[in-house]
Design a protein around this ligand. Structure first.
Ligand SMILES: O=C[C@H](O)[C@H](O)[C@H](O)COP(=O)(O)O
Length: 230
């Protein structure tokens, strides 16, 4: 089965989980990327059942609106019941790397507010140790060189993502050759560099549930009680 078919399967599985809880007053959190787009397109079929969504990017907001799903500013919303989003990598603790589409900061904010975070991904994203996918770091433009030097001290190879400006007006450094054995510690450490807005590690707030599309079907994985950091 090809990757797009697996993405569609997990998007459908997420809708099957979310749909019974949709009612007047429900506001969903919606992620960014090709897998999240498939979920948005399916969600359009049930737009009449719930109030609307908070989007993690301008692109997702436009797609939601194209399905007549109202989009809310996060500050106008008290509660997000479920956040659905894809990932670039995931491990068995349901810690993630995100930001391949440069939406990491808003994604992390919406995920932080949501009661439950359901991650949808095809099996190519599953790894034993995070870091094969270059870790995106959103940086204030004037701090780009400073942050890059600090990341080199941590052992990574940062490369500016050419031609990309985030929805927040910042730039992205993609960090190569990082084997992230301790995601919690690394997330906090990178956040501590002055000029970093956000990094693409989702370890402090991992997914609660991962729907992983495999050739044998969709695996429904729950977050274990403890993380892998020692
Ligand atoms: O910034 C983008 C997001 O973190 C995406 O969720 C991530 O890149 C996965 O995207 P896709 O579903 O296209 O593989």
């Amino acid at each position: 089965m090809d990757q797009d078919s697996l993405k569609l399967k997990v998007a459908r599985a997420a809708l099957d989980i979310v749909q019974p809880g949709l009612e007047s007053g429900t506001v969903l959190g919606i992620g960014t990327g090709s897998t999240a787009n498939m979920f948005i397109d399916l969600l359009g079929e049930v737009a009449h059942l719930f109030d609307g969504a908070v989007a993690s990017s301008e692109a997702s907001a436009e797609r939601l609106k194209s399905h007549n799903i109202p989009v809310y500013d996060l500050n106008a919303v008290d509660r997000i019941s479920v956040y659905v989003d894809g990932a670039d990598e995931c491990n068995e603790a349901l810690q993630l790397i995100k930001g391949g589409g440069a939406a990491l900061t808003r994604e992390k904010i919406v995920a932080a507010v949501a009661k439950e975070f359901i991650c949808i991904a095809d099996e190519s994203k599953w790894v034993p140790v995070l870091g094969a996918f270059p870790l995106p770091v959103e940086v204030i433009p004037m701090a780009r060189s400073h942050v890059a030097r600090e990341i080199v001290k941590l052992g990574g190879d940062p490369i500016l993502r050419e031609g990309v400006v985030t929805d927040n007006g910042n730039v992205i450094l993609d960090v190569y050759n990082f084997s992230i054995a301790q995601p919690l510690a690394m997330e906090a450490r990178i956040n501590g560099i002055v000029g970093v807005v956000c990094n693409g590690l989702f370890a402090l707030r991992p997914a609660d549930r991962l729907l992983l599309g495999t050739a044998d079907g969709v695996r429904d994985l729950r977050r274990p009680a403890s993380s892998l950091d020692s």
